[in-house]
Design a protein around this ligand. Structure first.
Ligand code: SF4
Length: 489
């Protein structure tokens, strides 16, 4: 008999097998069992957090003789609920990758030609120190002449604290503006926060440009799998591509790329023109609703208008708007991160937030919730050694997007020599801007202008190839980081 097994079933099976551990070997001899018992006594189980992606699921590392032999899900963490995805389980390879950076390297050729020599830590520190002293002497101790950036992770804040509070530079960048910053800014400026979709209790969810069956987000992905297909949550997936998430949807709406704003505006038009929105909530919480109503009604954002732009039939748009409001306030237009890279993404997020708010699904069970962080207190940071010498070079943009600045705007200013003072060096921590910031030729141009580039990472990267000094970093399985709390988890 041919037995077929899907990838998903295989992965489920592998998790289940690893959870039951030794009991799967019940047929082995008593001798083998006692050897196994002794072996098990040598294994230490260390609770840890997965950092293979932004979710930070809880894991247990099995450590034998100082070697991590496997990673398993930690059942006690409510955010990840006993789940460690395939990528999380494979995190062990980040630790034992043969290509890991193992010692400091100093550039031995031209910038970018990949020639480095092995150096001791003292040599590397001396090299960095001499260059920095020279730069700061020439720039009258303006600490902001040295920029720094960090990839997302539990150590990001430690690095940032050191560079901002201890060293004194104001020019920090992270991934936000090349990731979800427009979504966070759009929601925050409209309803006061980005929040979390309460997928455990929502009855109706519109998911657009968020592929939760493939791009896992805990606990949303688990709730979606648990509650769709007639188990409490109606799911509408809006995506140009028929994804694995679309397979779980009650309704799949293929949309033309980059046209989501027209779809949301038409839903809003239907809700307002037919007065099916949550009038009690709106009367209590909206500011200047009459002006907003007038704008929507006079704008001509009809389903027929949107059909021509999005390719979604007007009748479908009407049905979704009515169904959404019928389930409200347990209805959410899922916030997601981005749909396509487009200049209207900020306004799209504002329209999505407003549509959810029209149903009253804000700060209620089954809507967008804001959660609370555990009161952990502040990290103990010594008093700043230096005040930031100069404000960040992109301070006008940073005022809009928060303290993370705009990677593209910041890069362009440096590359084009349009900064109020020179940026002469950069520390790059666990980020690869040569790969992740659009227009790598321009990013290279930026690095080539600098007198000192230091890359700190676990692996060589495209950006490391432009560094003067490369310093090897620990993986998340080797570090201890400050305790953090995730809102609502
Ligand atoms: S979703 Fe997967 S990779 Fe991301 S933190 Fe959780 S287990 Fe790790």
């Amino acid at each position: 008999m041919k037995v077929e097994i899907s990838r998903r079933r295989f992965l489920q099976g592998s998790v289940a097998l690893s959870v039951v551990g030794g009991t799967a070997l019940s047929g082995t001899s008593i001798m083998a069992k006692s050897e196994e018992k002794t072996e098990n006594l040598l294994v230490k189980k260390v609770p840890t957090i997965c950092e293979m992606c932004v979710n930070k699921c809880a894991a247990v590392a099995y450590v034998k003789n100082g070697i991590v032999t496997k990673l398993e899900p930690n059942p006690y963490f409510p955010k990840s609920r006993n789940m460690l995805c395939a990528r999380g389980a494979a995190g062990i390879h980040a630790l034992y990758d043969p290509d890991r950076l193992k010692y400091p390297l100093i550039r031995a050729g031209e910038r970018g030609d990949g020639k480095y020599r092995r150096a001791t830590w003292d040599e590397a520190y001396t090299y960095i120190q001499e260059k920095m002293v020279k730069i700061l002497d020439e720039e009258k101790d303006n600490r902001s002449c040295i920029g720094y950036c960090a990839g997302e992770g539990l150590a990001e804040h430690t690095f940032k604290t050191f560079m901002a509070d201890k060293f004194g530079s104001s020019n920090f960048l992270n991934h936000s503006t090349i990731c979800l910053q427009t979504a966070v800014s759009g929601y925050t400026l409209t309803i006061g926060g980005y929040g979390l979709a309460d997928m455990e209790n929502a009855k109706y969810v519109i998911m657009a440009g968020a592929n939760r069956a493939e791009a896992i987000l805990t606990p949303d992905t688990m709730d979606m799998f648990k509650r769709t297909r007639g188990r409490g949550m109606k799911l509408v997936v809006v995506d140009p591509r028929y994804t694995n998430t679309a397979m779980h949807a009650d309704t799949y709406l293929p949309i033309r790329p980059g046209t989501d704003l027209a779809f949301v505006l038409a839903l809003t038009y239907v809700a307002i023109s037919t007065k099916i929105y949550n009038r009690t909530y709106v009367a209590k919480n909206f500011v200047d609703f009459d002006k907003y109503e007038k704008h929507i009604l006079e704008s001509g954002y009809t389903p027929e208008w949107a059909e021509k732009i999005t390719g979604i039939p007007a009748a479908e748009i009407r049905k979704v708007a009515h169904d959404f409001m019928a389930h409200a306030p347990q209805s959410v237009y899922y916030q997601g991160r981005r749909t396509t890279w487009s200049s209207n993404d900020f306004q799209l997020r504002r329209a999505m937030a407003l549509f959810t708010a029209l149903g009253g699904g804000i700060d209620v069970k089954g809507g967008i919730v804001f959660g609370k962080k555990l009161p952990l207190g502040d990290h103990a940071v010594n008093a700043p050694m230096y005040a930031n010498s100069q404000p960040r070079i992109d301070k006008n943009v940073a005022a809009v997007v928060g303290a993370t600045g705009s990677w593209v705007g910041w890069r362009n200013m440096v590359a084009e020599g349009k900064t109020p003072y020179p940026i002469r060096g950069m520390f790059v921590y666990k980020q690869n801007p040569m790969l992740s910031v659009p227009n790598s030729a321009k990013t290279r141009q930026m690095f080539e202008k600098m007198d000192l580039v230091v890359v700190i990472d676990t692996m060589p990267s495209d950006t490391a190839m432009l560094a003067d000094v490369i310093l090897p970093e620990c993986t998340y399985l080797e570090r201890e980081d400050p305790v953090q709390s995730f809102a609502g988890s």
